[in-house]
Design a protein around this ligand. Structure first.
Ligand SMILES: [Cu+2]
Length: 569
């Protein structure tokens, strides 16, 4: 007998067969499709679609009118992005438990008026919205509001985002942010690059270089076998198995053989790489190796911001590897050797927690809503870089000279590293148990300002957790009081890392994501970072979140809100 859920699924699958397509493992990596602004405006229509693949994997994607999947959006500072988003999810593609009540009215049939979309009262696994990660744009309806804006299935909505004239040129991104469903949608592949043009005007060394855009995503393992978190007595325990597979520009690199994707390049050339970790839960630490020897990577920007921007001393920093927690971006130079040779792009392993009794006791069959299954990230190959004369699809290059139309930027404010601070705060990440008497059951995830009561994020709460004033600069210490790593991210602004574990850090970057390693149980010390946060941008007044960018944790409650009040007149 066919269940209702299975029938719905098949119907949907037959009508959206081409939705959210993936390349074959081991195939060539091409830059994502892209749309550029013209005359100061970029208009794009994107449908948000879901699709259940034959192996049960849930996929999500954005598809343009012309069929471009999850395109890169390219705009100049000062340009207007008009993005019409249509939620085309149907109950069919959701996992069976989500369609447990086949007789309830189909959300797809309901068209909601625009005011409801901004009222935040439509939480469901089928609702979605958009976040423009890293941009200092207003956190309001029709712009970058994720706390109240929710599109139910069948509804359309217009985003109008003016890229600030002083937005540092670089790599940003867009992804869904409906609390409770963010991990599922991003794991399914819903994300795309957003590039603010003109980085070559801040870093003339980049002018004319061929540009490669790489979006690395994670996705659930397809083979269904338990991984690291399975009970160790279980015969199916596979120590090497990562929690999630990775893909690079939609070319999957599946466990257990990790067939690398193929990047073809020309020997003896310099390329400009822009790499986005669009993973929901997976930390990366990328490296290019020849044999086992790392090749130097010339970092010019992190999290969208040129390293020149806040430090004015250094335009490039050569590193052997670049750690990229979920949500982070790096833009760097790659010098390909003159001789024909094979290089590999790899990610080093990242340890995000100690192996505890919890790991050994974890039961993958328990009906946990929040499973501790995000914590094993082994080293693995991503791509083979071939310079052996295979004709590469030519890459577009950055402009040779800065365009005369580049908008003039306002004079830079005082560098954040030298700005006067208004106050300091301490916040901490912590975890708890959803059911106190069930130590192996689901966890709760919290981020709390010291002195207040720890609580999971409450979408119904109206009062912000923290209030500041536009123009302020604050120093925040963020501690990790849990035994797994977390990633601090705040919307609308960047920060500078001042200290790690109380020791001054000398790094030139502005960031919007930073990893705080797990607590090893030492009662005398929690791992911490000290950050200088910038609330000076005039366009960010309103209320927006800060949260852990491991999206399993964010969905599990590790999020708070901050209100930036207008400056005093
Ligand atoms: Cu976290």
């Amino acid at each position: 007998m066919t269940s209702v859920a299975a029938r719905v699924e098949r119907t949907t699958a037959s009508t959206t067969e081409s939705a959210c397509s993936r390349s074959a493992a081991g195939s060539a990596v091409a830059n994502p499709p892209e749309f550029r602004s013209h005359n100061g405006v970029l208009r794009v229509n994107l449908a948000f679609r879901g699709f259940r693949a034959a192996n049960g994997e849930m996929r999500y994607c954005y598809v343009s009118d012309r069929g471009a999947q999850s395109p890169s959006l390219r705009l100049r500072p000062g340009d207007l992005l008009i993005l019409n988003l249509r939620n085309e999810l149907t109950p069919g593609p959701l996992p069976a438990q989500e369609v447990a009540h086949p007789h309830k009215p189909k959300p797809a049939a309901k068209r909601l008026p625009a005011p409801t979309i901004c009222a935040g009262d439509a939480m469901s696994p089928l609702a979605t919205n958009l976040h423009f990660h890293g941009l200092a744009v207003p956190p309001v309806c029709h712009a970058d509001d994720v706390l109240r804006t929710l599109l139910t299935p069948g509804s359309s909505f217009q985003y109008r985002i003016r890229i600030p004239r002083d937005q540092p040129p670089g790599l940003y991104w867009y992804h869904p942010h409906p609390h409770g469903s963010v991990e599922a949608q991003v794991l399914g592949g819903a994300s795309g690059a957003l590039i603010v043009e003109g980085i070559e005007s801040e870093n003339p060394i980049l002018a004319g270089l061929p540009e490669r855009v790489l979006v690395i995503r994670d996705q659930r393992n397809a083979d269904g076998r338990p991984g690291k978190s399975a009970a160790i007595e279980d015969d199916a325990y596979v120590p090497e198995k990562p929690s999630n597979d990775l893909s690079i520009n939609s070319v999957p690199i599946p466990y257990p053989n990790y067939p690398p994707a193929i990047i073809t390049a020309h020997a003896g050339t310099r390329e400009f790489w822009r790499v986005l970790n669009a993973s929901a839960d997976t930390y990366l630490d990328i490296q290019i190796v020849k044999g086992r020897a790392p090749r130097p990577l010339g970092v010019v920007a992190l999290d969208g911001v040129s390293i020149w921007h806040d430090n004015r001393q250094q335009q490039i920093q050569w590193n052997s590897d670049i750690p990229l927690p979920p949500g982070a971006r790096a833009e760097f130079l790659v010098d390909l050797p003159a001789e024909n040779t094979d290089l590999r792009l790899v990610t080093l392993g990242v340890q995000t927690g100690p192996l505890t009794d919890d790991d050994l006791l974890f039961d993958p069959n328990a009906a946990a809503t929040v499973a501790d299954d995000d914590d094993h990230m082994p080293p693995r190959p991503l791509a083979r870089i071939s310079t052996a004369g295979i004709s590469a699809a030519p890459l577009a290059s950055l402009p040779v000279l800065a365009s005369p139309k580049t908008p003039r930027r306002r004079p830079a404010p005082t560098p954040l590293s030298r700005a006067e601070t208004n106050r300091t705060r301490k916040l901490y990440f912590s975890e708890g148990l959803l059911h106190e008497k069930d130590p192996t059951g689901p966890k709760t995830f919290m981020i709390t300002e010291e002195g207040r009561l720890p609580k999971v994020f409450d979408p119904a709460s109206v009062e912000p957790d923290i209030t500041v004033r536009q123009g302020d600069v604050e120093d925040w210490t963020i501690e990790n009081r849990s035994q797994e790593s977390h990633v601090f991210h705040i919307h609308q602004t960047h920060f500078r890392l001042l200290e790690r574990d109380g020791t001054v850090v000398d790094e030139p970057y502005l960031r919007d994501t930073v990893a705080i390693p797990y607590w090893d149980g030492d009662p005398n010390e929690f791992p911490s970072v000290k950050l200088r946060l910038d609330f000076r941008s005039p366009g960010i007044t309103g209320t927006f979140p800060y949260h852990c960018h491991v999206l399993l944790h964010e969905d599990g409650g590790m999020m708070g809100t901050i209100r930036v009040q207008p400056a005093k007149r």
